[in-house]
Design a protein around this ligand. Sequence first.
Ligand code: FAS
Ligand code: PHB
Length: 400
Amino acid sequence: MKTQVAIVGGGPAGMLLSEMLHRAGVASVVLERSSEAHVLSRIRAGVLEQGTVDLLRSLGLGERMDREGHPHDGMQIVWAGRENFMIDVHAHLGKRFMAYGQTQIQEDLMAAARERGQVVLNEVDSVRLEDIESEHPHVLFRRDGEELRLDCDFIAGCDGFHGVSRKAIPPTVLREFEKVYPFGWLGILSRTPPLADIVYANNPRGFALASMRSPTLSRYYIQVPLETRVEDWPDDRFWDELKARFPADMAASIVTGPSIEKSIAPLRSYVAEPMRHGRLFLAGDAAHIVPPTGAKGLNLAVSDVFYLSRALADFYATGSTRLIDGYSAMALRRVWSSVRTSWYLTNLLHRFPDMSDFDQRAQEYELHYLQTSHHAQAALAEQYAGLPFEPPEAAAVPPR
Ligand code: FAS
Ligand code: PHB
């Protein structure tokens, strides 16, 4: 088998990349370890930055999102069990964001792939990346018990944090930056009407978050210790603990119901540099992980893919390597901006086991400053809304 770009991983990064390359007349093949059903069964992100929304609309992938999604002007922060304030992204920046599930985006990308006749090979295993430092890399893999080879010009590693692509970069080249948080998020999906806004709660009992997928589908999270087991959290216990972390009036308006999904996600910040080695490019969770506090993970995968598809399209159209040579530095500028924002919000809103009284006071006065300062709110709004994508000429900027 031969193609121009071999894409390892058929999650949102891989499927969006194949769509954007197709629009630029660049052929690709997607290799996905799981079945379509398994990919769709994973309940993950739910908040899209304006840049992501605009990109999906520009690709003609916004029709269902605009019909079923939930546009938001901002998000609420409640703290000290009583005060709440709004970070009004729309008022500060004229931008909005959209509550629309990653599962729905995945379905829309899969439907578009079928419509254009995209080659997506599901349920592959034993994927190995070969000759990535040459001009003729290839991917070896097994499918239905058969050993297969895919020759290509480039490989896009879109196979998530636990994939094989990042590991193909020599340890002498790869630099890793990691911070593991001493807690996780226990998340629940329920067929209940959500609160009107996305609400982040800093509470002495721990962090909580109220979000949604649609006017009839709610998504809630509570911070839990790392050793927590889902089976120890029957629905009633979850709802009681969630309500205890919101102000009484807000808790009274939370509609409870049976969970249709319940899972625990550990929180970590992780960045791998560089995001390119030879003919291999990393995009999405394969290169970075952010704690979901800033709702950045999926949006970062989208911005990586926007930059990578633009760079590969430019190479095939002009033969110039300027954009592909500038890809890693450009993507990492946005990655580190989002990593910092997610780290800031995680420290601002969570209870850390080793928190001293000093840390507690400092956190409370950071919240007070955020609540009372227009400038502080504008700065957070700018980051939460997502920075604009850099223009192609920024690729010439030498990495910092
Ligand atoms: P993905 O991990 O989504 O996709 C990678 C794909 O590669 C998978 O389909 C996998 O099966 C495949 N793969 C792996 N190894 C392979 C191999 N060797 N060969 C072939 N295929 C292989 N982000 C938010 O913004 N908000 C959230 O609330 C949020 N919650 C999350 C909860 C969880 C439990 C997790 C794990 C992540 C969460 N995220 C959240 C982040 C998440 O949305 C990611 O940012 C997003 O899925 C990134 O997409 P991809 O880079 O495509 O990686
Ligand atoms: C979600 O709706 O899943 C969600 C919303 C905001 C976040 C994280 C997750 O910061």
